[in-house]
Design a binder for this molecule. Structure first.
Ligand code: HEM
Length: 471
């Protein structure tokens, strides 16, 4: 006699069905509609089922481990002898399961870059990056941020409404980074558009990538001939003797590493300020400074939710799981930040504690974190100071996010405010920023900047504290 099927059998998805959150063997998928709808909810289910390290499926139903524990994330990040950054160790890669067309190929295909290197080669490449970044004068970086943040605010201040993700949070980091790299200023807006498009993976992403690569290659040639006080020249002149190709590829890595992370941090912090009364009250009451506010967001909504990946160098044990040589592990930065072992109640703010995982850890810990913090902190301060009555233009429930395996990105942050006349364009003839141009119009050669946005007479906003107190 056969056992009758359960009453809800029709609701049970067949194993391996791509529309559902379970892959073969009932292992939860970290991709697809269910995972993307609520990644934090999924991490908590996995933690309840498996503890600090959970088996998961990534794209193509390839098995991997998601590290959920705070301590276990640090163990993995800090022991490259057990958990390598070299994706060529991945058995799925060796078995040809991650070909050029695989969705994870762009982030896992090995390249001669510092983020895929271990040991001495990593030290050589990363040393060039960190020592070149360290040559920037911090006040100089903040001056760039101030200038570009004012320009961006000028471009919409007269309208009384703006969408802050596209018009502020995404633009500011790229404008600053192109300057730090050594791009002639007039080409900044075009490169910003191409780099944003490249990273969004739209239909024109490949063409945009070609444009970015061609532009960076030209930059390297120019800086080889005529060095200046910029990242491209310092990388070229570094004693690690990077080839021109290595310099170009590391400049591209830096643009990519800086863009989405810093724009997510800006957007998430602005969202918190505009929607969370306690957050705002803590800021207004002086219990929290803006830098503290950024750290809180780095705990609660880290710009990278996971990092792909580390690869086990041999059979080992982690969080009670048996990891096999060549297995892939994902650092669960967002999950580790709310590990009950270190934060029993995640709704309680974390004061003065920077031990979150938002910048990773160990030898690959983000070398650009101070630059990212400076861009976000100075930019947000200027925006809120210039537009003191800024408020959300839609109900909070209408905000929505797009999730990928590695990040969760606020799609839009529409705000309204009393229209104000732009200021800095009056004071600085170079100040106006071009309205975003469709990337299809971007030619590969150097060319003049697009037409500046309209300018109007001056009116300065009140102080940031004034903005908070008015709320
Ligand atoms: C808020 C902004 C940022 C966040 C949250 C962030 C986060 C991260 C994380 C999680 C990693 C991977 C660490 C690991 O594998 O353990 C990383 C690596 C990296 N980041 Fe950042 N990042 C930010 C901004 C920047 C900026 C502004 C730059 C450049 C100026 C930068 C350059 C890099 C580079 C070059 C790496 C690779 C380092 C290596 O593998 O040795 N990042 N970042």
């Amino acid at each position: 006699m056969t056992t009758p099927p359960p009453a809800d059998a029709a609701l049970t998805p067949p194993p391996g069905c791509p529309a559902h959150g379970l892959g073969a063997g009932g292992v939860r998928r970290l991709y697809g509609p269910e995972a993307e709808a609520d990644p934090m909810g999924l991490y908590e289910k996995l933690r309840a089922e498996h503890g600090a390290v959970a088996p998961v499926m990534v794209h193509g139903d390839l098995p991997a481990w998601l590290v959920l524990g705070h301590r276990e994330n640090l163990d993995v990040a800090r022991t490259p002898s057990r958990f390598s950054r070299d994706s060529r160790r991945w058995h799925a890669m060796q078995e040809g399961k991650v070909g050029a067309g695989h969705p994870l190929a762009p982030i896992t295909a090995w390249q001669p870059l510092c983020n895929f290197a271990d040991g001495q080669e990593h030290e050589r490449l990363r040393g060039a990056v960190t020592e070149s970044l360290a040559r920037f004068d911090r006040r100089g970086i903040r001056r760039y941020v101030t200038r570009f943040a004012n320009q961006l605010v000028d471009s919409f201040a007269g309208e009384g409404r703006a969408e802050l993700v596209t018009r502020f949070a995404e633009h500011l980091p790229m404008l600053v980074m192109t300057q730090l790299l050594g791009m002639p200023e007039e080409y900044g807006p075009r490169l910003v558009e191409a780099a944003r498009d490249m990273l969004k993976g739209t239909g024109t992403a490949l063409a945009s990538n070609d444009y970015v690569v061609a532009t960076l290659r030209q930059l390297v040639e120019r800086k080889r001939a005529t060095p200046g006080p910029d990242l491209a020249s310092w990388l070229l002149g570094h004693p690690a003797r990077l080839s021109d190709d290595e310099v170009m590829e590391h400049l591209r890595l830096i643009l990519i590493a800086a863009f989405e992370t810093t724009s997510n941090l800006i957007a998430n912090t602005l969202r918190m300020v505009l929607t969370d009364r306690r957050f705002r009250a803590n800021l207004a009451g002086g219990h929290m400074t803006l830098p503290d506010a950024l750290e809180q967001v780095l705990w609660d909504e880290p710009p990278f939710t996971t990092i792909l990946g580390r690869w086990a160098t041999g059979d080992t044990e982690l969080g009670g799981q048996q990891i096999k040589a060549g297995d892939m592990l994902l650092l669960g930065l967002a999950a580790g930040n709310v590990d009950p072992a270190i934060r029993p109640d995640p709704s309680v703010p974390v004061h003065g504690n920077r031990s979150h995982l938002a910048f990773g850890g160990g030898p690959h810990e983000c070398p650009g974190q101070d630059v990212g913090r400076a861009i976000a902190d100075t930019g947000i301060d200027i925006l809120l100071t210039r537009l003191p009555d800024l408020q959300l233009a839609v109900p909070e429930g209408e905000l929505h996010w797009v999730s990928t395996l590695m990040s969760r990105h606020l799609v839009e942050l529409p705000v309204e405010f009393t229209p104000r006349c732009p200021t800095s364009a009056e004071q600085d003839p170079d100040a106006a920023v071009a309205a975003p141009a469709p990337v299809a119009e971007v030619p590969v050669a150097w060319g003049p900047a697009p037409v500046p946005a309209a300018r109007a007479p001056q009116q300065r906003g009140r102080s940031f504290l004034g903005w908070l107190l008015r709320r």
